[in-house]
Design a protein around this ligand. Structure first.
Ligand SMILES: Nc1ncnc2c1ncn2[C@@H]1O[C@H](COP(=O)(O)OP(=O)(O)O)[C@@H](O)[C@H]1O
Ligand SMILES: [Mg+2]
Length: 318
């Protein structure tokens, strides 16, 4: 049952108002959907969690590892009415960019190896002014994982080419004013407007809104950390704004450590079985993602052997 208790909390009111104006805008534009991601409305996750679970104002309509979409669980007309009826208390907005960056104690714990790179990232994160980093490398070298770790820091926002197609980078930035902008698969972003917004942001810390009847600039201090499979197709002036870090496919020993870490920490597989799977995967030239799939369907070493045999029987003949 929806609980309207949040109306007394200025922070929650502000969050609901933001969502409300966003959804109204979608309606005005004749859009057929009314769900949204937090990056589109500029509401932090911990606030949304309260509104979903404590007050049942929103429901989750779609969730994957990197995306969650929400929609109002009650008619928006009623939300608007109640917001207008009750006394409005406005609190000053906390400017995330001014706050000291709190790095969690277990930061980077899920990431195996790359100690030097972790140091480089931390130095950039703690620097007074933005230092942008681009990770370039083949699949399964931990690029997304590293970005997802940084996403844990306050003021972070994680976007992909997919999010941008739907929302546009300018709106994401204006709504959220992120301290850390994490862009996965930068090479897939093709929209010239998104790219020019990104370029201006990285160059001068500004976002420009120039429409027929409106011109304004917003300043923001934003670090950009991105990943790409290749730099092919990326504009040189964009590349030039990053420290470029080229990752290489793992050698067998590193690969084993990566698999053991992923399986024990994330998939809750016991160490013994994880090591066994790691050995097998490296022997048979399979990937970290294969290891995860294998772990999910195997309870014993015999299972591992059996499924590997099946996959071998059906492997691609060159
Ligand atoms: N260095 C690493 N430490 C821990 N897990 C890793 C590492 N590299 C890759 N993985 C795991 O392998 C899988 C693929 O990694 P991912 O970060 O998605 O690669 P990429 O984005 O480079 O394709 C993920 O499950 C990830 O957790
Ligand atoms: Mg990736």
């Amino acid at each position: 049952m929806a609980d309207w208790g949040w109306l007394k909390d200025p922070e929650l009111r502000k969050a609901v108002s933001k969502c409300l104006s966003h959804v109204k805008k979608l309606k005005e534009q004749g859009k057929t959907w009314e769900d949204f991601e937090l990056s589109e409305v500029g509401v932090p996750y911990h606030i949304m969690r309260k509104l979903v679970y404590d007050y049942e104002m929103f429901e989750v309509t779609y969730k994957s590892r990197s995306h969650t979409f929400y929609k109002f669980a009650v008619p928006i007309e009623e939300v608007e009415k109640r917001l207008n009826e009750s006394e409005i208390v406005v609190q000053p907005v906390v400017d995330e960019s001014k706050k000291f960056v709190d790095v969690p104690l277990d930061f980077w714990e899920v990431v195996e190896g790359y100690d030097d790179l972790k140091e480089l990232f931390l130095a950039s994160i703690k620097s007074n002014d933005p230092v942008h980093i681009l990770l370039i490398g083949p699949p399964s070298t931990g690029k997304s994982l590293i970005l997802m770790e940084v996403e844990r820091l306050a003021g972070s926002i994680f976007v992909t080419a997919g999010t941008m197609t739907r929302v546009g980078l300018r709106d994401i930035l204006l709504n959220y004013k992120p301290r850390f902008l994490l862009i996965d698969e930068l090479d897939k972003i093709k929209d010239p407007d998104d790219l020019s917004v990104l370029l201006t942001l990285m160059e001068s810390g500004r976002v420009v809104v120039a429409k027929h009847n409106e011109y304004r600039e917003e300043k923001m201090k934003t670090w950009v950390f991105a990943s790409a499979n290749t730099t092919k197709g990326l504009r040189p002036e964009l590349l030039d704004r990053f420290f470029k870090v080229y990752l290489r496919s793992y050698d067998p020993e590193t690969m084993k450590r990566v698999i053991v870490k992923t399986l024990t920490l994330r998939e809750k597989v016991n160490k013994d079985l994880a090591s066994y799977i790691a050995e097998k995967i490296v022997e048979t030239d399979m990937s970290v993602r294969d290891a995860i799939r294998l772990a999910r369907i195997s309870k014993t070493k015999e299972d591992v052997n059996k499924y590997i045999e099946i996959l071998k029987r059906y492997k691609r003949l060159i």
